[in-house]
Design a protein. Structure first.
Lengths: 326, 378
C-alpha cells in the first residue's frame, strides 16, 4: 500500500511540475507583473515592494523567477495577497477547507443518487419507471448547474414564503453560529451545505446514472451472470455481487477524472449560494489582479486533485482484486 | 433518343459510402431529426434576431428607468365589449411603495396598440443587410409605451430583445470553440503520433496537465492574462480561444492512439511505397480514418461548450456589455440578493433557452453517434 502511494506520488511530480510551469507562465503573461497592483496600492510601502521584488527576483529573467517562486512554494511560502495583506496560504486555507466539505458531501450524495437509480434502470429495463427516469435525466443533462440552483432557490423561497419554513439557502453559517454548541455548529453547517450539495449531486449524477445503467446492462448479458443465475444464486446476490461489482469498475477507475469537474461544479454552487468557498474568492482576486492568490489557489487545487487521483487508484484496487497495488 | 422507358431493371447494388449509410440511418431517427430541426430554427432566430426583437442591442431610456419591468400581457379582447381587437398592451406606471421602498409597476387603463412591421432601431442582418423594420412594436406615436414580452432586465431593457441578441453569441461561441479545439486536437494528436519521441512526450504531458487543473480554475487563470477592461468584441474572441484551448486534450489523445495503430496498416505502407510524402500520407490517408469520431465528437462537444460559455458569462468573465449571452442574462437573477428573485421570476427565462439549445444538440449528437455506430443499426 505505502510503496504504491509513494510510487504514485513520484509519478505525479512531472505533471505537477509542468502544471506549475504553465500556471507561472500564464500569470507572467498577464499585463504588468505580480507587483503592479501593489505599486498602485497606497497601503503598501515602497520598502515592502522592494523586499517582495527581491524575494521573488522580479528583476531577473523569467526562468529564474520561476525557480524562485517554485522554491518558495516548496517551503510553504505562496507569496503575499495584496488584497488581504496576508500570506496567500493563510487566506486560502480556510476557503479550501470550506470547498472540500462541499465537494466531499456532494460526491457522497452523487454516488448515493446515481448508483441506486442506475441499477434500478438496468434491473427494470424498459419499465415505466426506467423510461421516465431516462427522460428526466436527459432533461437534467441540458441544465447548467447554476441554472438548476437558481430554480431550486426560487422554489425554496416560494415554499418559505408560503409556509414560513426556515430553509437556509445562503452562506455557510447562521447569524447565531458563534453561540451554538459544538454539535450545533456542525449541524448548522450541514444545514447550509445540504442544498448546494444536493443540487450539485443531482446535476452531475445525470451523466453517471446513464453510464452505470449501460454498464450494468452490458455485464448482465455476460456468461458468468447467466451461470450464477443457473446455479441458483439469489437475485440480490446476482445483481450486487456479480453484476454491480464488475459493472462499476470503469467508473471507479474514472473517479479521478470526475474530480476536476466536481471542483468546478462546486465553484458554481459557491457563487450561486454565496458559500465562502474557493471560487468566489478566486473571482474577486481576478478582478483585483491579485495574481499570487490566483496562482496559489490553482496550484493547491491541482495538488489536491492529484492526491484524489491516487486515492481513486487505491479504491480501484479495493474493488477489483485483479489490480495489484503493490 | 428515347425519352420513355422507366427502367424496369433492378438497380445494380452499389457500394455505399460510409456517410451515405449514416445518412440513411439518421433518416430513421425521429428524435435526432427533431433536434436538428430545432437547431435550424434556433440559428434562424439568431440570424434574424434584430428583426424579431422590438428594440436595438442596447436600447434603454435614461429618463424613464424601467428596472425589472414586469412582463406586459398582450390583450386580444376589448375589456368593455369583449370583442376581438387589434392586440394591445396596457401602459405601466411606477410607484414607490412607502412601506417596502420597492418600486412597484401597475398597469394603467391607457392602451397601446401593437403594430407589426414597425420601423425602429437600425440594424444589419449578418452585418450586411441593413434594415429598420421590426416584427412587432408599439410604433413611434406613443414612445412611452413598450411591449415587454418577457419583462425587463436590470437596466430596463426589454428582456426578449436581449435574449434574441444573446442567442447570436451563445450559439456561435460554443460552436466556434469546439471547431477550433477539434482542429488543435487533431493537429496535436497527429504531431505526437507522427514525430514521436520528445514531441510526443511533451504534447501528452501537456494534455495530462490540462486535465489535471480543474477546468473552471484554468479558465479563470487564463482570463487573468487579459486586462479587466478589454474591448467587448475582443472579449468574445478571448472566451472562444480560452474555451478552445482547454478542451483539445481528449481529442489529441484519441487521435494519437488511432494514428499509431493506423500507421502500421497496409494502405499506409502502400502509400509510402508509391512515394507519397509524409504530409500527404498524414492528411489524405491517416487523418480521414478519424472522420466518424470527429463528427460525433463535434456534435456531442458543442453542448458542453455552450454550457461552458454560459457558465463563464454567468460568473462575469465571459461576454461583456453591451454584448450579452444567455449566461450573463442569468447573472441578473442574482442581483439584489436571493429574496428578490421571487419578485421577478422572468429573469430565469434565458436559462430555458440554454436548456433547449443543449437538448437539441444532444438529440442530434446522440442520433449521429447511433447513425455512425454499426452495432446500433437495425
Amino acid at each position: 500500500m505505502i510503496p504504491f502511494l509513494l510510487r504514485r506520488l513520484v509519478q505525479s511530480i512531472p505533471t505537477l511540475l509542468i502544471a506549475s510551469v504553465l500556471i507561472f507562465f500564464v500569470i507572467s503573461l498577464a499585463p504588468g507583473d505580480f507587483l503592479t497592483p501593489a505599486k498602485l496600492n497606497p497601503n503598501i510601502s515602497p520598502e515592502q515592494i522592494e523586499i517582495l521584488s527581491r524575494n521573488f527576483g522580479l528583476d531577473r529573467p523569467v526562468w529564474e523567477q520561476y525557480f524562485r517562486w517554485m522554491g518558495n512554494m516548496l517551503r510553504g511560502d505562496f507569496g503575499l495577497s495584496f488584497q488581504y495583506q496576508q500570506p496567500v496560504l493563510d487566506v486560502i486555507w480556510p476557503r479550501v477547507k470550506n470547498s472540500l466539505w462541499l465537494v466531499l458531501l456532494s460526491t457522497v450524495l452523487f454516488y448515493a443518487i446515481a448508483i441506486p437509480v442506475g441499477v434500478y434502470g438496468a434491473v427494470r429495463q424498459n419499465s415505466l419507471g426506467d423510461k421516465s427516469i431516462n427522460v428526466v435525466l436527459y432533461f437534467l443533462l441540458g441544465f447548467p448547474s447554476f441554472f438548476l440552483a437558481l430554480i431550486v432557490i426560487y422554489f425554496i423561497l416560494q415554499i418559505r414564503n408560503a409556509t414560513g419554513l426556515d430553509v437556509p439557502i445562503g452562506g455557510m453559517t447562521s447569524n447565531n453560529y458563534e453561540e451554538l454548541s459544538g454539535l450545533g455548529k456542525v449541524l448548522d453547517i450541514l444545514k447550509h451545505l445540504i442544498i448546494p450539495a444536493t443540487v450539485l449531486a443531482i446535476s452531475d449524477a445525470a451523466g453517471l446514472t446513464r453510464v452505470i445503467r449501460g454498464q450494468m446492462l452490458e455485464v448482465m448479458r455476460s456468461d458468468y451472470v447467466r451461470t450464477a443465475r443457473a446455479k441458483g444464486v439469489s437475485e440480490r446476490s446476482v445483481i450486487w455481487k456479480h453484476t454491480f461489482r464488475n459493472g462499476i469498475l470503469p467508473i471507479v477507475a474514472g473517479i479521478g477524472g470526475l474530480l476536476p469537474a466536481a471542483i468546478s461544479g462546486a465553484g458554481f454552487m459557491e457563487v450561486v449560494f454565496a458559500y465562502p468557498g474557493v471560487t468566489p474568492m478566486l473571482l474577486a482576486a481576478l478582478n483585483t489582479q491579485d495574481l499570487y492568490l490566483v496562482a496559489g489557489f490553482t496550484v493547491i487545487t491541482t495538488v489536491l486533485l492529484i492526491i484524489g487521483n491516487a486515492i481513486s487508484d487505491l479504491l480501484l484496487a479495493v474493488v477489483d482484486p485483479r489490480v495489484k497495488v503493490a | 433518343m428515347t425519352t420513355t422507358s422507366p427502367t424496369t431493371k433492378a438497380p445494380r447494388a452499389r457500394g455505399q459510402s460510409q456517410l451515405a449509410v449514416a445518412w440513411t440511418q439518421f433518416r430513421k431517427n425521429r428524435l435526432a431529426q427533431i433536434g436538428g430541426t430545432f437547431l435550424i430554427l434556433l440559428y434562424l432566430m439568431a440570424i434574424f434576431a434584430p428583426f424579431l426583437a422590438p428594440d436595438g442591442l442596447s436600447t434603454y431610456s435614461t429618463t424613464n428607468i424601467t428596472r425589472f419591468h414586469p412582463p406586459t400581457p398582450i390583450q386580444f379582447r376589448d375589456p368593455e365589449t369583449g370583442a376581438f381587437t387589434r392586440p394591445f398592451v396596457y401602459k405601466y406606471t411606477q410607484q414607490l411603495n412607502l412601506e417596502t421602498f420597492v418600486n412597484e409597476y401597475r398597469p394603467t387603463t391607457t392602451r397601446c396598440p401593437i403594430y407589426f412591421g414597425v420601423r425602429g432601431d437600425e440594424y444589419r442582418i449578418l452585418g450586411l443587410i441593413p434594415g429598420n423594420i421590426h416584427l412587432y412594436g408599439t410604433g413611434q406615436e406613443n414612445p412611452e409605451c413598450k411591449v415587454y414580452l418577457m419583462g425587463g432586465e436590470a437596466l430596463g431593457r426589454d428582456l426578449f430583445t436581449r435574449i434574441m441578441y444573446a442567442s447570436q453569441i451563445s450559439l456561435t461561441i460554443g460552436v466556434g470553440a469546439v471547431l477550433i479545439s477539434t482542429v488543435i486536437g487533431l493537429m496535436m494528436g497527429a504531431m505526437a503520433a507522427f514525430f514521436g519521441g520528445v514531441v510526443d512526450t511533451l504534447i501528452m504531458r501537456l494534455v495530462e496537465v490540462l486535465a489535471a487543473i480543474p477546468g473552471l480554475f484554468l479558465l479563470i487563470l487564463l482570463r487573468s492574462v487579459f486586462p479587466q477592461d478589454i474591448n467587448p468584441i475582443f472579449a468574445l474572441y478571448m472566451i472562444l480561444g480560452i474555451l478552445a484551448f482547454i478542451s483539445w486534450g481528449g481529442l489529441a489523445r484519441v487521435t494519437r492512439g488511432q494514428l499509431l495503430s493506423v500507421r502500421e496498416q497496409d494502405f499506409v505502407s502502400a502509400a509510402h511505397a508509391l512515394g507519397a510524402g509524409s504530409g500527404r500520407i498524414m492528411v489524405r490517408h491517416m487523418l480521414p480514418t478519424m472522420t466518424t469520431y470527429v463528427i460525433v465528437g463535434l456534435s456531442l462537444g458543442i453542448p458542453g461548450a455552450i454550457l461552458g460559455e454560459s457558465g463563464l458569462s454567468f460568473l462575469g468573465i465571459g461576454a461583456v456589455e453591451p454584448y450579452v449571452s444567455w449566461g450573463s442574462l442569468l447573472a441578473q437573477a442574482q442581483e439584489g440578493g436571493f429574496s428578490s428573485i421571487t419578485q421577478r421570476p422572468w429573469v430565469l427565462i434565458p436559462g430555458f433557452f440554454i436548456v433547449f439549445t443543449v437538448m437539441a444538440f444532444q438529440l442530434l449528437g446522440d442520433g449521429l453517434r447511433d447513425a455512425f455506430d454499426p452495432r446500433k443499426r437495425s
